[in-house]
Design a protein around this ligand. Structure first.
Ligand code: BG6
Length: 515
């Protein structure tokens, strides 16, 4: 049963702070991320008056290019992204873009960049905050940061103002050891307060809404625990495959690509305690505590807790698609996983005994990011002969994407006979209230926060370390082909993963909500 509601949106608070002047320096400016996400997000911030009039962008990459050529390239992607773009605003924004060729390992390049930054900032007699966005392969993070350090580009004056922040995309290492090493090396040049580790899921509106839902409402917390909740499921599925990213994906695999970051971050937001305030320290302290409470996978019988798979040829939306091993540049015997399902437990008072089932995969039937909280059944049915096990449990679904919203299923009387009831879903969709253009892109939020010097939605090094502590033994067991680690299983593209992922839940008397 489903009821179409007409919603009322009643007042509220809307606080957005405008940033001071900033220079955003994008390393890897000739790449896809800059053209598709970063520059459009900065433009969008500019149109929302959240990119200071005196802020500017310097694109950096290896290829020599003039400012004008860079502007023309970015103009093309802006026009593709924004239909009916405002010509005046576009013209002004493009003038804020500059370009400087940089060989990442050549100190002279950084001196030239320094000179360029000074000349751009001087035009406005500014001393702006500087944000170095490393949209480059992770292998150059340390050399780039070292040279930024050597040339004084990331040296802050006092108290971190004006700031010199460095933004890093994942991967943050590939296991515990390499993550620690990366952190040590970065910290030789930068303070933790200067390092912005991006997890773009944290910039999504619906992911931020998890905190609002839990901590701006009183009704959820009393039932948000093992007395009332039976199990929690988090699914992040994509219908896409690896999209010409074999080079990266063959080194990563799904566990590193999605679990170490997005999946564990979503789980932290669902399960953490209320922080005393919504600030970077308090929020990340709670996440750290939560991640510390996640029970490590048992060294024996890992396969009873975690299942991995790889897609074979199949069908999605009526289109046949190739298997992972047939993708461009993937070896025919690749052992890389494109799907993982796991059962996790959190060892604390709130969650003891509640399984958290996490699953993510490429080439699933559709794109879906969803958190499903299933409550326990009523302890006793007063509606004999209907038994308590006949009454469906309440389910709260937080839809992260693509149909953003939330839905609560309850039991309710159906008109007619005296003992007539069924499940009723109260379904709230963001799109029924906010038009699609209203919701900022995840990168918009995160870039704005960098320009405000706010690390709340960025990942702190201790959280990175804790997630690797949890996952590295699994990666090792897979790599060593330990017998109890379980085999790489296969699933046809267009399915929800291998059968073993279903069994993982079936063994506990549950099933995946979306299938
Ligand atoms: C990225 C992963 O972090 O997230 C990609 O590297 C994945 O493999 C992407 O496709 C999914 O992001 P979104 O926002 O499309 O769900």
């Amino acid at each position: 049963m489903h009821i179409d509601e007409s919603y009322r949106w009643i007042g509220g608070f809307c606080i957005e702070v405008s940033p001071v002047p900033n220079g955003v320096i994008i390393f890897g400016a000739s790449g896809d991320l800059a053209a598709r996400k970063l520059i459009p997000s900065l433009y969008s911030l500019y149109t929302r008056k959240l990119f200071h009039e005196k802020s500017f962008v310097v694109g950096c990459a290896r290829t020599p290019m003039t400012d004008d050529a860079f502007r023309a390239k970015m103009e093309k992607s802006l026009r593709e992204r924004f239909k009916n773009i405002d010509e005046t605003k576009l013209g002004i924004f493009l003038k804020k873009l500059y370009y400087q060729a940089v060989q990442y390992d050549d100190i002279q390049s950084y001196r030239n960049l320094d000179a360029k930054l000074k000349s751009v900032a001087l035009e406005d007699q500014l001393s702006p905050g500087l944000i170095f966005y490393l949209s480059t392969p992770a292998s150059v993070y340390v050399p780039v940061v070292n040279l930024l350090g050597e040339t004084g580009l990331v040296k802050e004056n006092h108290d971190g103002i004006p700031w010199r922040n460095v933004v890093l995309e994942k991967p943050f290492g590939r296991d515990l050891e390499s993550a620690k090493k990366l952190d040590r090396e970065l910290r030789e040049v930068l303070h933790e307060r200067q390092i912005y580790r991006i997890d773009h899921y944290l910039g999504k509106e619906t992911v931020q809404n998890i905190l609002m839902l839990r901590f701006a409402n009183r009704i959820f917390d009393p039932v948000w625990n093992n007395n009332y909740i039976d199990n929690v499921q988090i699914t992040v599925g994509e219908s896409l495959g690896i999209e010409h990213r074999a080079g990266y994906y063959e080194q990563a695999g799904l566990l590193r690509d999605m679990f170490q970051n997005h999946m564990l971050q979503l789980m932290s937001l669902v399960a953490m305690e209320a922080p005393p305030s919504f600030d970077p320290h308090c929020l990340r302290d709670e996440k750290e505590k939560l991640l510390r409470s996640v029970r490590h996978f048992p060294l024996k019988d890992i396969n009873k807790y975690i299942v991995r798979g790889q897609y074979t040829p199949g069908n999605i939306d009526g289109q046949s698609v190739c298997g992972y091993r047939e993708e461009e540049n993937v070896p025919a015997d690749s052992q890389i996983e494109t799907f993982v399902a796991a059962k996790l437990f959190i060892d604390n008072w709130r969650w003891q005994g509640v399984p958290f089932y996490l699953r993510s995969g490429k080439r699933m039937p559709r794109k879906l990011s969803q958190i499903v909280i299933t409550f326990k059944r009523v302890p006793h049915s007063i509606f004999g002969p209907i038994r308590s096990e006949d009454l469906a449990p309440n389910v709260l679904v937080l839809n992260v994407q693509p149909e953003e919203g939330l839905a609560l299923t309850i039991q309710a009387k159906q008109p007619g006979p005296k003992l007539c009831m069924g499940s009723l879903t109260m379904d709230f969709k963001y799109s029924s209230i906010f038009d699609g253009d209203g919701a900022p892109e995840a990168y918009e939020r995160l870039l704005l926060d960098c320009m405000l010097g706010d690390q709340t939605l960025f990942i702190r090094s201790d959280c990175i370390e804790l997630s690797w502590e949890l996952l590295t033994p699994v990666l090792n067991a897979w790599q060593d082909k330990r017998t109890d680690a379980g085999d790489l299983l296969y699933y046809p593209a267009g399915s929800w993963g291998p059968e073993a992922a279903e069994k993982l839940l079936r063994a506990d008397g549950f099933k995946w909500f979306a299938n």
